[in-house]
Each structure stands twice: as structure tokens, then as C-alpha cells.
Design a protein around this ligand. Structure first.
Ligand SMILES: [Zn+2]
Length: 267
């Protein structure tokens, strides 16, 4: 019995000890990579057909993007409400999260295991207006029709997938603190130095590209900034250059450059 207790204590210390858990994690990722390679073409066919951001990456980045999408997909349990599940649904939802966190080290949004895909706008709690998506302790919720409109760019500056993943990223770093990204957490203070004054001026009535909804509270300001950063980077960079720069440093990526480079190739 004593031996068993000692064994359990030593094992838990080893597991909790960071280098050991990182080593186990690396081993897991390595093993997953083999199964990913067998599915890479399938993932590529779905992601390249739907995610513009992905098509602007170079080949090496595309493989990193797909592998992260695969790991994210595998780590989550998807639930489908009033909608017929398709193979593309969990892959595209995972891809939205990977796009947001592509410049970060942590990208699994650990804490959130359940993702709910709902047919279209829905009512939640006591709110009178319908929801396109939300995040709470029970999971990440997305309406599929709005999600598709977002990735197709049908509604200017709107991308509900990126918006909700923005909330989820803030949750795991600041609320549940279950998957803290060192860089993101440290840099968020600098982001807020630039963002807070813009948010406060919007609360007093100032108008800008982010739109009125971003003025509701600081959480929404952040999630809307994420959407506009990816959906309209050149205009955001032009209109709110300091905010754009702070977002770009925080997320360690610059969609405006990727966009400009892609346009040059296309021209
Ligand atoms: Zn929101």
C-alpha cells in the first residue's frame, strides 16, 4: 500500500512537472503527426475551398495550419443541433480557431471540450435578440449559417467563427487560465494600453470601423477587433493604425501583409 502511495505521488509530481508533461505532449504530437499525414489531402481539400486566409500561406505554413486544425478537431467533441452534420463542419470550425492562434504557441483552447454547431440564429438566456454564437462555461456555440457567411465574406467585417474563438482565447488565458500562452498574456497589457482609450471613446459615442457593437463592453470590443483585424486588415490599419499594430504584435501575425503579397501574386 505504502509503495503504491509513493508511486502515485512520484508519478503525479513527474506529470505535473513541466518539462516532463511537455515531453509527453511532444511525444503525443509526434504520434499524431503520422495519422495526420494520412488525412492531410482531405483536410487540404476542405480548408482550401473555404478559408481564404489558408490559401495565402506558403506551403510550410499550410502544413502547420492543417496539422493544428487536425489536432484541434481531435481534441474537441462536436455536437450538432437541428443541423445535419457534415465532415466539413468540425474541420472548418477548428480552422477558424487555428487562424486566430496561428502566431501563438498554444492553440488548443484547452478547457473547452464541447463545441455546439446550431442550424441558425438562436435564443439564449433572457436576451431578447437572437444569438449568432456565444461562449460560456459549457462550451463554444456557433450558428452554422452565420459561420458560413463569415468565412465566405458575405457580411462585411463579420466572422462569427473568429469572433467566438476570440472570446474563447481570452477565457482560457484570463478566466479559466487553463491554457495560458506566455506571449499572448504578457502582450495583452500592451494591447490594452492602446485599445482601452479607443473603447472608452466609443462608449462616449465615437464612431469607427469597429461599429457600435464593439462599444457594448470590453469583451465585445476584443472579439470584434479580432473579426475586423482578419476580415478588413487594410482598412483597420489605415483607420486605427495603433490598434492594428497592437493586434498584430499580440497575435504575432499581419494579415494586411499576407493580403498585399497575395494580391501582388494575383496581379
Ligand atoms: Zn461576442
Amino acid at each position: 500500500m505504502e509503495i503504491l502511495i509513493i508511486f502515485l505521488v512520484v508519478t503525479s509530481i513527474l506529470i505535473l512537472h513541466n518539462p516532463v508533461s511537455e515531453w509527453i505532449n511532444r511525444l503525443y504530437v509526434k504520434r499524431q503527426y503520422k495519422s495526420f499525414l494520412a488525412q492531410e489531402t482531405f483536410y487540404h481539400s476542405i480548408v482550401s475551398k473555404n478559408i481564404r486566409y489558408y490559401n495565402r500561406l506558403n506551403l510550410e505554413e499550410q502544413r502547420k495550419f492543417l496539422f493544428r486544425t487536425y489536432l484541434f478537431h481531435k481534441a474537441k467533441k462536436f455536437h450538432y443541433i437541428e443541423v445535419t452534420p457534415t465532415a466539413e463542419m468540425p474541420i472548418l470550425v477548428s480552422a477558424a480557431s487555428v487562424q486566430l492562434t496561428f502566431g501563438l504557441d498554444k492553440y488548443l483552447l484547452n478547457y473547452f471540450r464541447d463545441i455546439y454547431v446550431i442550424k441558425d440564429d438562436y435564443h439564449y438566456g433572457f436576451y431578447s435578440r437572437p444569438f449568432m454564437g456565444h461562449v460560456d462555461l459549457s462550451g463554444i456555440y456557433l450558428s452554422w449559417d452565420n459561420f458560413l457567411k463569415g468565412i465566405k465574406g458575405e457580411q462585411p467585417n463579420c466572422n462569427v467563427g473568429l469572433h467566438e474563438m476570440g472570446h474563447a482565447l481570452a477565457w482560457v488565458n484570463f478566466i479559466t487560465q487553463t491554457e495560458e500562452d506566455k506571449h499572448f498574456k504578457g502582450e495583452f497589457k500592451n494591447f490594452s494600453k492602446v485599445a482601452r482609450p479607443i473603447f472608452e471613446s466609443m462608449q462616449k459615442g465615437a464612431k469607427n470601423i469597429l461599429g457600435d457593437y464593439a462599444a457594448s463592453n470590453y469583451h465585445e470590443f476584443w472579439a470584434v477587433s479580432v473579426e475586423v483585424f482578419f476580415e478588413n486588415p487594410i482598412r483597420l490599419r489605415h483607420e486605427l493604425p495603433e490598434l492594428y499594430k497592437a493586434m498584430s504584435t499580440l497575435l504575432r501575425q499581419d494579415p494586411s501583409v499576407i493580403l498585399t503579397a497575395a494580391n501582388k501574386i494575383a496581379a
